[in-house]
Design a protein around this ligand. Sequence first.
Ligand code: NAP
Length: 176
Amino acid sequence: MVASLDGFIARKDGSVDWLETSDEFVGGETLSPGSVEAFLATIDCYVMGSRTYETALNFASKGFGWSYGDKPTFVLTRRQLPRIRDTVEFYSGDLEQFVNRRLRPRFRAIWFVGGGVVAGECVRLGLADEIRYSILPILIGDGVPFFEKLDTDVALHLAEVTAYVSGMVELRYEVR
Ligand SMILES: NC(=O)c1ccc[n+]([C@@H]2O[C@H](COP(=O)([O-])OP(=O)(O)OC[C@H]3O[C@@H](n4cnc5c(N)ncnc54)[C@H](OP(=O)(O)O)[C@@H]3O)[C@@H](O)[C@H]2O)c1
């Protein structure tokens, strides 16, 4: 996910207006549409929490489209939510069983979109092989943390660092 430097992925009310930062890091890399497309092609399916899905529904209703293409998208929820695409499936229950028994045999690259509750659950259950953490050049003071309710230490290996001209720094960690 993309976070503020102080570790938040959304404001408390769920808004992500602060994602539009305007900085320039001279010598940083540029994200080309081609490289984004090539990267997205490596993802086999998406998993997200219901609140993240609700943000995606809100974006879609405002005409900003659907970011997950035709890839299977699994939404975790105990509620009844509108299903806006055939590729969307809902799941409720044990996340470890769902990922290890249902998703891993079918998909290689499983991308956890977020948010903080699901990221925390995923790391706590030992389901993550990699963490992609992008930092934007902004502090927002309060909000939804990247990892909710993480009650244990998780040792990581820093595998990749990329700084972009926009001032965003992308960190890729492998979970040890
Ligand atoms: N900055 C970024 O890159 C980024 C990325 C993703 C999201 N976000 C933002 O983060 C915010 C949402 O994060 P969040 O931490 O509040 O929520 P979240 O992780 O998106 O969703 C949490 C919800 O998922 C459901 N859930 C989780 N585990 C479940 C399980 N095992 N079985 C059934 N349901 C399960 C529960 O929903 P129910 O109550 O429906 O049961 C839970 O309340 C949004 O504002 C979103 O826009 C930001």
